[in-house]
Write a protein that binds this ligand. Structure first.
Ligand code: ADP
Length: 651
């Protein structure tokens, strides 16, 4: 075979990552093997799946296997599988680059962490699918030979982790991948074990990869004394070195073993294997579904949110098995979007092995399983909230933003979701609150849960919309996540209390008596200021749809509000950011009837309706309302010119 060796540079980000990986002090170097075995196991899964759907693939007779080989003389360790293999393009794409979204952020986190205490946080590595690169922690040079199923040529990739790699065509008898690590010298201080030592390898496999569904095998040498015909050792007989191929893992599907027999450690390792996360999970959930269908599930709630949680094409976490046979990864049909961070395995007894992704979408049993899984995950979270609040809040901190998508996506479970959701509130500067806790604190006669959406807590707290609420001691939920804009559109009430934005509609606070009085006072003021309000409206008709007096202001002269059914400006922005056409909704300018400025304006207005200053003051009132809620001005230069003129007049 003609060999053309090509030398490639690593993509800049890959190079940077590699450097960090090699030079960072990293406590547990053994896990490189888990990563390689995991890749091999995935590759065998993929081959199985592809051969189910693509009849042209003829697998070799060999049964699936991951073979480990140590060579003391050459100081190498080889990991070999007969999985799907990779084409030349795939090698360049998958191994030569880390084409995953979020790599840049990942590197930055690594660097930050490194500068703090020079320890590379291992839990981050796996999240980014850079598992293969962990080999450079233990090897000076890595050679990978791979052949994709159905392709005529194999590809050899080699790198010393120095910024370049070579790639060339080569031979390999059948499909699969062989990775040879040219090992660094063992150095116990550095956590580098002797990976040519069979014992070391056996222990690592047992510890991290025992449940891998395919046999992980290795030739193990042992001495045997010569035996007689009955099999008894002959005294003084010769010892022979016997080499025996042994399977190092039990391959037992962890979810089929009795719960009492599986240790937390085993669950944790299994979780790491399927999730590629290096942290322990927060919780695991075992489920047995019986009745019209039979299935088992083992689910995990991760402790840390992956960095790609909000990337549309990010990998999901549920694997589907049928009668212990792996069917597919990333089974989106089994978990709703808002629970996309849940990892685990679902094993059905009744589905067909040939089930395809297309069929899955309409499969009744899949829908039924999904329903049960969601209920179970939510009840498990509910339980955590009740019994381990600290732990739950840590979870909410990581995943709350995604969970809130459920508030509008999952009507069926809305009740539970509203009970387990936490929000910021004016009640406490730091502690989060539930809607239930809010309701328990409501004032006598209060029948509305008030909230305000916005960019940040500071902006919301300083916004004029909150003035009357602050003065009368009414609690307001502070909603700053983009997703909040969405769920408040569909969750109209909780515990028969309606939810209302403090920036929408009119505000009536206090007892019935107080409300009536306020209403009466407002009506009187409206009569006084009727013509002035009409005038202001005519001046601002391009910007607002109404100018009216307000009950929600105490100190500020004006603010902008919307009708209850109107889109908020934040929602408008959000939709625009998603490239959706949105008509601009004009808002309502509310003016504080008790602000001294009103009287002054009235005097000016009554003296001369054509006084040019009235035009300017109308613009200023509107501009101020925008600024005080943190919104941008449509014409900042004009506003600033007006303010300067005003200063000139008063100095
Ligand atoms: P991850 O496994 O987390 O995706 P890796 O860096 O370990 O990240 O591997 C990158 C990709 O290379 C894998 O997703 C897979 O497509 C491919 N790959 C790695 N090892 C193998 C293998 N043994 N057989 C086939 N493909 C592999």
């Amino acid at each position: 075979m003609s060999k053309t060796i090509e030398r490639h540079e690593f993509q800049a980000e890959t190079k940077e990552l590699l450097d960090l990986m090699i030079h960072s002090i990293y406590s547990n170097k053994d896990i490189f093997l888990r990563e390689l075995i995991s890749n091999s196991s995935d590759a065998i899964d993929k081959l199985k799946f592809e051969s189910l759907t693509n009849k042209e693939i003829t697998q070799t007779e060999d049964s699936p296997c991951i073979l480990l080989e140590v060579n003391k003389n050459n100081h190498t360790l080889t990991v070999q599988d007969n999985g799907i293999g990779m084409s030349r393009e795939e090698v360049v794409h998958l191994i030569g680059t880390i084409a995953k979204s979020g790599t840049r952020e990942f590197i930055n986190v690594l660097k930050e962490n490194k500068s703090q205490d020079s320890l590379l946080p291992p839990e981050l590595i796996g999240q980014f699918g850079v598992g293969f690169y962990s080999t450079f922690m233990v090897a000076d040079k890595v050679t990978l030979v791979t052949k994709r199923v159905g392709e005529p040529t194999a590809t050899q990739w080699e790198s010393s982790g120095d910024g370049t790699y070579t790639i060339e065509d080569t031979d390999r008898p059948s499909h699969g991948t062989t990775i040879t690590l040219h090992l660094k010298q063992a150095d116990s201080e550095d956590g580098l074990h002797d990976y040519t030592d069979e014992w070391v390898i056996q222990n690592i496999v047992k510890k991290y990869s025992d449940f891998v569904a395919y046999p992980i095998q290795m030739d193990i040498e042992h001495q045997e004394v010569e035996r007689d015909a009955e099999g008894k050792p002959i005294e003084g007989g010769q010892t022979k070195t016997i080499v025996e191929r042994q399977t190092l893992n039990s391959m037992k599907a962890i979810w089929t073993r009795p719960e009492s027999e599986v240790s937390d450690e085993e669950y944790n390792e299994f979780y790491k294997h399927i999730s590629h996360d290096w942290n322990d999970p927060l919780r695991n959930i075992r489920m047995k579904m019986e009745g019209t269908f039979e299935a088992q599930a083992l689910l995990f709630i991760p402790a840390k949110a992956p960095m790609d949680l909000f990337y549309r094409d990010a990998h999901r976490g549920i694997q589907l098995y049928v009668k212990r046979v792996f069917i597919m990864d990333d089974c989106k049909e089994l978990m709703p979007d808002y629970l996309r961070f849940i990892k685990g395995v679902v094993d059905s007894e009744d589905l067909s092995l040939n089930i395809s992704r297309e069929i899955l979408q309409q499969n009744r049993q899949i829908t039924a399983i999904r329903k049960r899984l969601v209920k179970k995950v939510l009840s498990s979270l509910e339980d955590m909230r009740k019994t381990q609040k600290e732990e739950y809040l840590a979870f909410w901190n990581e995943f709350g933003r995604v969970m809130k998508e459920g508030l509008y996506e999952d009507y069926e479970n809305r009740q539970t979701l509203t009970e387990i959701s936490f929000f910021q509130s004016t009640h406490d500067a730091t502690a989060l609150t539930t809607l239930r806790e809010y309701v328990d604190r409501m004032k006598p006669g209060q029948d509305t849960i008030y909230y305000m959406t916005g960019e940040s807590r500071a902006k919301i707290e300083n916004s004029p919309h909150l003035e009357a609420f602050k003065e009368k001691g009414y609690e307001v939920l502070i909603l700053t996540d983009p997703v909040d804009e969405l769920w408040v559109q569909s969750v109209m009430e909780f515990d028969e209390k309606s939810l209302q934005s403090v920036g929408k509609g009119t505000v009536e606070l206090g007892t019935e008596e107080e409300k009536k009085e306020a209403e009466k006072a407002l009506q009187e003021k409206e009569q006084t200021y009727h013509s002035l309000l009409e005038f202001l409206k005519s001046k601002l008709e391009n910007d607002v749809k109404e100018v009216r007096l307000s009950n929600r202001l105490t100190n500020s002269p004006s603010c902008l509000v919307s009708n209850p059914s109107d889109m908020t400006p934040q929602m408008e922005q959000l939709l625009k950011a998603m490239n959706q056409e949105v008509p601009h909704t004009k808002r309502i300018l509310e003016i504080n009837p008790n602000h001294p400025i009103m009287e002054k304006l009235q005097t000016l207005f009554q003296a001369n309706k054509d006084d040019a200053r009235l035009n300017d003051y109308a613009s200023l009132l509107y501009g101020q309302a925008l600024l005080s809620e943190g919104s941008p001005l449509p014409n900042p230069a004009a506003f600033s010119k007006l303010v300067t003129e005003l200063m000139m007049q008063s100095i």
